[in-house]
Ligand binder design. Structure first.
Ligand SMILES: [Zn+2]
Length: 100
């Protein structure tokens, strides 16, 4: 709302799944990619339709939180994330479930 969200991550560039996560917690963020001392590139984060493997489901009985080799997968809703396996919806504290 009129202010600029800035995420500063130094020394490396972000993987696609990290960008996906960032888009969930800071949908209006712009990423400045800095090489040396200059901004080499600017990237707006885009909200993906789905995110895989970057969040833990909040449901302890979900197949993705058990010892199965199943990556978590969430559908991105306007106001939250829905686990495609157990339909649990995460709305608040998304950052608490991030597991990159
Ligand atoms: Zn789940």
């Amino acid at each position: 709302m009129g202010h600029k969200d800035v995420a500063k991550i130094e020394g490396r560039e972000l993987s696609q799944s990290e960008l996906d996560v960032l888009s969930l917690i800071a949908p209006a963020a712009t990423i400045n990619i800095i090489r040396g001392y200059e901004v080499a590139d600017k990237q707006r984060v885009e909200s993906p339709g789905h995110v895989s493997g970057v969040l833990d489901c909040s449901n302890p009985d979900c197949i993705t939180t058990e010892d199965e080799p199943v990556d978590s997968r969430f559908e991105v809703l306007e106001d939250g994330l829905r686990c495609v396996y157990c339909d649990t919806i995460i709305r608040d504290d998304i950052a608490d479930y991030i597991n990159v």
